[in-house]
Design a protein around this ligand. Sequence first.
Ligand code: GLA
Length: 403
Amino acid sequence: MPTSPRYALLATGLSTALLLASCDSKPTTSQDSAATTTTAPADSAATGTNASAMPTSASFGKTADGQEIQLFTLTNAKGMKATISTYGGTLTSLLVPDKDGKISDVVLGFDKAEGYLSPEFRKSNPYFGALIGRYGNRIAKGKFTVDGKEYQVGVNNNGNSLHGGKLGFDQKIWTAKPGSDSDGQTLTLTYLSKDGEEGYPGNLNVTVTYTLTNDNALKIDYAATTDKATPVNLTNHAYFNLALGQSKDVLAHQVTIPADRYTVVDANLIPTGELKPVKGTPFDFTTPHAIGERIAQVPGGYDHNWVLNQATGQHSAATVYEPTTGRTMEVTTDEPGVQFYTGNFLDGTLKGKDGVVYGKHGGFCLETQHFPDSPNQKEFPSTVLKPGETYHTTTSYTFGVRK
Ligand code: GLA
């Protein structure tokens, strides 16, 4: 039986959907979606719904070996738009209203696939907006033991494995299927991570569904099944700046994280196993604090996992308020942890959409997750998925304004 409450035994509906989902890693384009024109936000806002319209699609470029990359645009009734690329299942833009109703982009990224494939991007790999797997965050030395067998997975970060290893899910072409349901437009992405890929055991069938809801939430549902026991920890690596284009850094954003403890890490950001109270430290975000208020007291900046007070069921992982634009973002999840990372490694070498240069603290990430290095930390909630179980986790980013 699964030890972690997030793994339900195969529910027939979900397992059927997973089995039906194509596991081909070649990109496909839905003819329906290609033929559909963009929904006019004003009209849909007037009717209050655009649930019947489908996402649109366009070419986003090609990989170095000539594979087509598609870009899908999801639109909601209030004029919000999310664009998602089949390369890495990457959220490339997210258009959100501010307090005056002005809609603009709040995530870091590029207009064209080349931005994600450039040598500069590949060198620093900040994982802008990408789906992360098979294991989000770090595994010490890339080693773990499952079912009595030791595995060595790809090492790419100071001798440790980060975000899936050398060729993680962020660099794969996902198969995309646009759709729409009563909540809003959807994009379902599937990918088969083969037994042995990056050294991980088991064929892992992954399905990720993005939904742009008509009440201004971007919801991400992650599901997976395997034929051998394997660690799984999926997340999204979007960098937010709720005042993008107006503020070069995110230091004025006010953040609340309902977590009384965080996981203490060593110099290479590997957890020591200690869960330390945040009280009286710069890690205390149980009440709102500007990111910049105490960041100088944290060497390098924030790049830590907070232990959320609620570990199961949908709960808040963070709330963010940006005073200039009035934008708010609430992150809810069923995961026990969140990595709050303040773009510490951005150094101005990458220039993104609208010519914006991404410098230090130019964006922040809230990566909902199980704790780093869980495969080697017996006290942390388990990340091992077994055959016959279904991995399922949901995170939503809901946008609003405060006037
Ligand atoms: C995560 C890690 C960081 C860094 C970024 C990508 O947030 O915790 O240390 O690697 O991804 O730059």
